[in-house]
Design a protein around this ligand. Structure first.
Ligand SMILES: NC(=O)c1ccc[n+]([C@@H]2O[C@H](COP(=O)([O-])OP(=O)(O)OC[C@H]3O[C@@H](n4cnc5c(N)ncnc54)[C@H](O)[C@@H]3O)[C@@H](O)[C@H]2O)c1
Ligand SMILES: CC(C)[C@H](C(=O)O)[C@@H](O)C(=O)O
Ligand SMILES: [Mg+2]
Length: 363
């Protein structure tokens, strides 16, 4: 019987639809090559959905996600929707509820430097050396993002008015993500850096305590604890020495933007947000990039590499995933560059041109 994969495609806002178009074209080619059928259904999410229906996460979009094997997500948000009440904003009204609804507790963000892109990395050549390969395992459904209570109190506009959020982790949540990171490290270079702020935050003290307990089951691993401020610095100083970064939600958000830029651009970092089982939401780590949206110049690689992660984690199509990753590597080696990673002597292409090159490389 032929394999048929049902995917909810939610392009979102800004550059989302532009890079998604290329990702789905690539998926189409790969599905034919590796013999599986894709039933991709598109729906609005974020600002685009709000404009159309008054909700950033319409019931129909949520239902489509529930009826699918996974979600391929673009990005949401932009200045147009910043003024809305929190529950109607694309980020807080759609992306975060999707992560919570589908219990996507684990966010994987693999960052590596392609040899030919070492020059796009802002670090000195002697620090980049022959490249680095860092997998961030970021907890995604806890922390200050979701901890209650949060809100505003006091007379609006008065000097006494306050805004507050609650940073919170349960032992269970920390243990679950730590095990995931440790299992991942066992298949890699067996080194984990756990990120916290245990010199200040009670949440981090618990985090560190639990990580120290769980590591006892992994005697082959090397574990270091780093305060997040120090980690931000060490990543610039010695990126090659990192293997797996185990992060709480907020610190992982911040450090993965740093990791993305270390690879050369925000447009290069894919991401997999996964639940227990096979369901996942796959999206670039970067956002809707309002500054370049609509110009046809966004780098589609992060979105295309997110398709590779989707094939790997939800569909266990490892060969197809590797083929996409190899095709991306090949076009970079061939010198194709979008503006964000352009260097003299290379061939400058737009979003569609990069998609074309990858499809050609897959042939
Ligand atoms: N997953 C998501 O949906 C997601 C993630 C991050 C930010 N956002 C939202 O996106 C909006 C813009 O946020 P921001 O400006 O802080 O971050 P951003 O990641 O959108 O942009 C930061 C910088 O990176 C560049 N960039 C990002 N992706 C790129 C790509 N594919 N190709 C070339 N350059 C790229 C942008 O042009 C910009 O200069 C906000 O509304 C934010 O909340 C959404
Ligand atoms: C858009 C925002 C809610 C999101 C986050 O903070 O998790 C984004 O920055 C990310 O990195 O996926
Ligand atoms: Mg982020």
């Amino acid at each position: 019987m032929s394999k048929n994969y049902k995917i909810a495609v939610l392009p979102g806002d800004g550059i989302g639809p532009e890079v998604m178009k290329e990702a789905v074209r690539v998926l189409d080619v790969v599905s034919k090559k590796f013999g599986f059928d894709v039933n991709a259904e598109w729906a609005n999410v974020g600002g685009a959905a709000y404009d159309e229906s008054g909700s950033p996460l319409p019931e129909s979009t949520l239902k489509l996600g529930e009826a699918s094997d996974c979600i391929l997500f673009g990005s949401v948000g932009g200045p147009k929707w910043e003024h809305l009440p929190p529950n109607l904003q694309p980020e807080r009204g759609a992306l975060l509820p999707l992560r919570k609804h589908f219990k996507l507790f684990c966010n994987l963000r693999p960052a590596r430097v392609y040899k030919e892109l070492a020059g796009a990395c802002p670090l000195r050549a002697d620090i980049v050396g022959d490249g680095f390969n860092i997998l961030t395992v970021r907890e995604l459904t806890g922390d200050v993002y979701f901890g209650q209570p949060k809100g505003r109190e006091g007379v609006p506009g008065s000097k006494e008015e306050i805004g507050f959020d609650t940073m919170k982790y349960s032992r269970y949540e920390v243990e679950r993500i730590a095990r995931f990171a440790f299992d991942a490290a066992m298949l890699r270079n067996k080194k984990v850096a756990s990120i916290d702020k245990a010199n200040v935050l009670t949440t981090s003290v618990l985090w560190r305590e639990v990580v120290n307990e769980v590591i006892k089951d992994y005697p082959e691993l090397t574990l270091e604890h780093l305060y997040v401020d120090n980690a931000a610095m060490q990543l610039l100083k010695r990126p090659r020495e990192f293997d797996v970064l185990l992060c709480p939600n907020l610190f992982g958000d911040i450090l993965t933007d740093e990791c993305a830029m270390l690879t050369g651009s925000m447009g290069l970092l894919p991401s997999a947000s996964i639940a227990e089982g096979s369901f996942g939401l796959y999206e670039p780590a970067g956002g809707s990039a309002p500054d370049i949206a609509g110009k046809g110049i966004a780098n589609p690689l992060a979105q295309i590499l997110s398709v590779a992660l989707m094939l790997r984690y939800t569909f266990k199509e490892e060969e197809a995933a590797k083929a996409i990753e190899a095709a991306c590597e090949k076009v970079i080696a061939q010198g194709y560059r979008t503006g964000d990673i352009y260097q003299e002597g290379c061939t400058k292409v737009g979003t569609t041109g990069m998609g074309d090159a990858i499809i050609k490389a897959l042939a």
